[in-house]
Write a protein that binds this ligand. Structure first.
Ligand SMILES: Nc1ncnc2c1ncn2[C@@H]1O[C@H](COP(=O)(O)OP(=O)(O)OP(=O)(O)O)[C@@H](O)[C@H]1O
Length: 280
C-alpha cells in the first residue's frame, strides 16, 4: 500500500530563512509519529507543506514532492491539479483556523462530510439525517456530544480540538496532521486531546503526525519520533532513544525548551555532547 505521507526532498524558504531544508520522510498507513523541535525549528512549516497549505521551493526535478496514499499533493513548487482528491483523506487539527466559532459544534463536525456531498447540497449545507447521525456519533466518540448544539466559540480550547478531531472522523480521514494541538492547554485537557487523537488513530487505523513542544508527551504517546532543528530532520527513530541527555546532545542549550525543568542539565559550553554532563 502507498505511504500515508511521502515527502521527497522538500524545502521551504522565506526570504533568507530556510524554514525547512531538504526533508524526506515516509509515514506508513496507521503509523503514529511525533514531530518535535524547539521553537522555529520548522515543525509547523513541514505540516503545512504536507497538507499543501503552502508550496515548497521549486528546486531541481523530482524534488519538493508530497504524496499522500499515492496521490500527489504538490511537486516542484506547484499544487497538484487534483489536490482536493488528496485532501479528502487528510484531516487537519490546527488551532489557528480550526473551527467556525459562530456555527454550532455539530455543524462544524458536519463540515467534514462536505467532500463527499454534491456541490449544491454542500453549498446549501443540506446535511441529511445519516450525516447528522454520523457527526453526532463522532462527537460522542470524542466525549463532547452534550455540547453539540452550542456555538463552537463557547467551548474550551481542548474541547474545540476534540471537535476538530470529530470532524476528521466524519471526513473519513486516513491521515491526520495535528499542529501543536495541545500548545495552550492545561495538563488535564492536553491529556484528553492526546488520548483522543491516539485512540482515534488506533481504532480506525488512521496515520497520525503531531507536532509537539513537550517531549514528555511525545515519548509517552508515540513510538516514532522525528526531531527537527533549523529546518532539518536531525533524528528519526524510536521514542525509546529520546531522553534528556540525547536531546541536550541534539539541541545544546535550546533543549531546555523541550525537556521538563527537573530533567534538564545545563550543558557545559565545550562539552555539551558528553554523556557525563547530562542525566537521562
Ligand atoms: N509565513 C512566514 N513568513 C516568514 N517566515 C516564516 C513564516 N512561517 C515560518 N517562518 C519562519 O520559519 C521558521 C520555522 O517556523 P515554524 O513555524 O515552522 O517553526 P516551528 O518549529 O513550528 O515553531 P513553533 O514551535 O514556535 O511553532 C521560523 O524561523 C519562522 O520564523
Amino acid at each position: 500500500m502507498a505511504a500515508a505521507l511521502q515527502l521527497d526532498r522538500v524545502s521551504k524558504t522565506y526570504g533568507q530563512m530556510r524554514a525547512v531544508e531538504n526533508v524526506s520522510l515516509t509515514i506508513q498507513p496507521g503509523e503514529r509519529v511525533a514531530l518535535i523541535g524547539a521553537s522555529g525549528s520548522g515543525k509547523s512549516t513541514l505540516i503545512r507543506l504536507a497538507s499543501g497549505l503552502i508550496l515548497a521551493d521549486r528546486n531541481g526535478s523530482g524534488s519538493g514532492a508530497v504524496h499522500s496514499f499515492g496521490i500527489k499533493v504538490q511537486e516542484g513548487g506547484k499544487l497538484a491539479r487534483d489536490v482536493r482528491t488528496a485532501r479528502r483523506h487528510i484531516g487537519l487539527v490546527f488551532q489557528q483556523f480550526a473551527l467556525s466559532g459562530r456555527l454550532s459544534v455539530l455543524t462544524n463536525v458536519l463540515v467534514g462530510a462536505l467532500g463527499r456531498m454534491n456541490a449544491l447540497r454542500g453549498t446549501l449545507g443540506l446535511f441529511n439525517a445519516d450525516e447528522r447521525r454520523t457527526a453526532y456519533a463522532a462527537l460522542a466518540e470524542v466525549g463532547i456530544a452534550q455540547h453539540a448544539a452550542k456555538r463552537a466559540r463557547e467551548l474550551s480550547g481542548g474541547q474545540q480540538q476534540r471537535v476538530a478531531i470529530a470532524r476528521a472522523l466524519v471526513q473519513g480521514a486516513k491521515l491526520v496532521l495535528a499542529d501543536e494541538p495541545i500548545a495552550s492547554l492545561d495538563p488535564k485537557s492536553a491529556k484528553r486531546v492526546m488520548d483522543t487523537l491516539v485512540t482515534m488513530s488506533r481504532d480506525y487505523g488512521i496515520a497520525l503526525v503531531v507536532s509537539l513542544h513537550q517531549v514528555d508527551y511525545a515519548t509517552a504517546y508515540f513510538d516514532r519520533i522525528v526531531a527537527m532543528n533549523a529546518g532539518r530532520v536531525v533524528f528519526d527513530g524510536p521514542a525509546s532513544q529520546i531522553n534528556a541527555a540525547f536531546l541536550t546532545e541534539l539541541y545544546g542549550a535550546s533543549a531546555e525548551e523541550l525537556i521538563l525543568p527537573s530533567q534538564f542539565v545545563v550543558p557545559a559550553p565545550a562539552e555539551a555532547a558528553a554523556p557525563s554532563q547530562t542525566v537521562s
